[in-house]
Design a binder for this molecule. Structure first.
Ligand SMILES: CC(C)(COP(=O)(O)OP(=O)(O)OC[C@H]1O[C@@H](n2cnc3c(N)ncnc32)[C@H](O)[C@@H]1OP(=O)(O)O)[C@@H](O)C(=O)NCCC(=O)NCCS
Length: 146
């Protein structure tokens, strides 16, 4: 993936998500061993996700469906694809962390069979990126595979 692809993902994620990844997050993830895939439709790129497979666990590091394609069932389809990938990598579980206030994503994950396994208190920087306002908890969710 080229720097132009990363810039394009970055620009579109800014519009799709209240808490988009930074350019640094994206390029670091793509340089590492993480498994980054673009979700493609015949109409163009619809989003992307980043996975990390490690010792029987597949972790979803990010999942974004771009604004124009949201609420069309693509997020749910992508999770099915991720479960198949996880099985191929011989993972027993899929893990993720989601902001406590991200009700949309939490509904998606719950609907796909994820259950809450724990809470990391004050894990994320505040929604406003303001160091004086409260930080936000991360909800750890898992789903068994197979
Ligand atoms: C969260 C996200 C990936 C969902 O993708 P999507 O393709 O729009 O979701 P789907 O159309 O497949 O919807 C699947 C389920 O998610 C939930 N959902 C999706 N959009 C919703 C909305 N706007 N309001 C409430 N629930 C919603 C519903 O439970 C829905 O099932 P239903 O249609 O039977 O009610 C997408 O909104 C997104 O990219 N958000 C910004 C980035 C983000 O927050 N990523 C998660 C990081 S942990």
């Amino acid at each position: 993936m080229s720097i132009k692809d990363i810039e394009s993902l970055f620009a579109r994620e800014q519009r799709a998500s209240e808490h988009p990844w930074s350019m640094g997050d994206l390029s670091q993830s793509l340089k590492s061993e993480d498994d980054c895939q673009i979700v493609c439709l015949h109409t163009g790129d619809a989003g992307y996700f980043v996975l990390q497979h490690n010792e029987g666990v597949t972790e979803i590091l990010n999942l974004v469906i771009f604004l124009k394609y949201q609420r069309m069932g693509i997020g749910r389809e992508v999770l099915s694809l991720i479960f198949s990938e996880a099985m191929q990598k011989q993972s027993n579980e899929v893990w993720l962390e989601v902001r406590e206030g991200n009700k949309v994503a939490r509904r998606l994950y719950k609907g796909a069979g994820f259950i809450q396994k724990g809470v990391r208190k004050n894990y994320y920087p505040s929604a406003a990126g303001n160091k004086f306002s409260a930080r936000e908890d991360a909800i750890l969710m898992t789903r068994a595979i197979g």
